[in-house]
Design a protein around this ligand. Structure first.
Ligand code: AQP
Length: 336
């Protein structure tokens, strides 16, 4: 696990059960590529789950489940560092300095803030201040580790861009402390859409679950959801995201599973039914080993705890010098 030159950081929020979107957009690359080619850290970003109305016991449960799923998907503690965000104080220590670097206008421009604030208000819930400021915490998650690359789905591109802006601004004002990271996205599967509403992202925190494939859904449930996916009027299978978003989503999911191109796949189907069936089969087979391994690892909770304990210890040691340097650079007197 020695640093090879490139450092990678990414995370998942325990705001719901992890989805096919999380897997295709992020986790699969972490497992298949990132942990093998770089010094990679993967984090269950539990503090981010507190930015919207939450149930404490559920967040705890989902945090453990997300960590277990990361390991079940194939992250190995011999190859990378897996830990829980709240176990490493450096994240919140640095977040405050980045709040002092960002402007409120920058925070208010974030699409996720706008969308989630609307959702909270629609549910007659007040909008937590942390929903507005959370991109500063996300920037801290990334910058604390001298991260070069942040492998994420498309929906996180704006937050990574803000992270880059804050890193540059801090470095310009106070001296070179932070590495300016790049976001990386998968070639297909960077934005898996909701099966019932293919113009919206498949997000894990939606109340209505029929359009969302969860990694731990039973195979027959996955199949049913995909077979009932909303397609478009007409019957020709063509890859056109604007005119046929439902069909395009299925083609992209199948392409992400099979390694082919959605355009090429479209030519091989005579009906929506055949496309749905092949997509359902591919998703079930792709996720079967993850579900099986999740069951095995869950039977040994001591193993997960040990991975998270040693992961947090390593993460703390990596983050501390950078965060201390940021404290000094911004003008805070070090303790004697
Ligand atoms: N639908 C998606 N397609 C591709 N990538 C996705 N990701 C999330 N959804 C999709 C990527 O998965 C990683 C972890 O995501 P997250 O935990 O930060 O956020 P989320 O799953 O989008 O869930 P939220 O933010 O709790 O709320 P909802 O569900 O309401 O949107 C990230 O790399 C993300 O890009």
């Amino acid at each position: 696990m020695a640093r090879t030159g490139t450092r990678i950081f990414s995370g998942v929020k325990p705001t719901g059960h992890l989805t096919l979107g999380n897997y295709l957009g992020a986790m699969r690359r972490w497992v298949d590529e990132d942990q093998h080619r770089a010094d990679a850290l993967f984090c269950v970003v539990d503090l981010h789950a507190l930015t919207v109305d939450h149930d404490p016991a559920r967040v705890r449960r989902l945090t453990r489940q997300a960590a277990t799923l990361l390991l079940a998907a194939g992250l190995s503690q011999d190859r990378c560092t897996v830990f829980v965000q709240s176990h490493v104080d450096e994240h919140t220590r640095l977040a405050y300095l980045l709040e002092c670097t960002a402007t409120d206008a920058e925070m208010r421009r974030m699409i996720q803030y706008k969308e989630k604030a609307v959702r909270e208000r629609a549910g007659s819930r007040s909008v937590r201040l942390s929903l507005l400021t959370y991109p500063a915490l996300m920037a801290a998650d990334i910058l604390a580790y001298g991260t070069d690359e942040v492998p994420v789905g498309d929906d996180q591109a704006q937050h990574v861009e803000l992270t880059r802006t804050l890193a540059r601004r801090f470095n310009d004002r106070y001296g070179l402390v932070f590495t300016v990271p790049d976001a990386t996205h998968p070639p297909v599967g960077a934005r898996v859409m909701n099966l019932q509403d293919p113009r919206s992202k498949m997000g894990k925190s939606h109340a209505e679950s029929s359009g969302i494939v969860y990694l731990l859904d039973e195979p027959d449930v996955m199949r049913r959801k995909i077979m009932r996916a909303v397609t478009d009027s007409g019957s020709e299978v063509a890859y056109d995201r604007t005119a046929q978003p439902g069909v395009a989503n299925l083609l992209e999911i199948l392409a992400a599973c099979s390694g082919e191109r959605p355009e090429d796949l479209a030519e091989g189907f005579g009906s929506y039914g055949a496309l749905k069936k092949q997509t359902a089969d591919a998703v079930v087979e792709l996720l079967r080993p993850v579900r099986d391994r999740h069951a095995e690892i869950s039977a040994d909770p001591g193993y997960v705890e040990e991975v998270l304990r040693s992961g947090a210890e390593r993460a703390r040691a990596l983050a501390r010098p950078t965060v201390d340097a940021a404290y000094r650079a911004i003008g805070l007197l070090p303790p004697s």
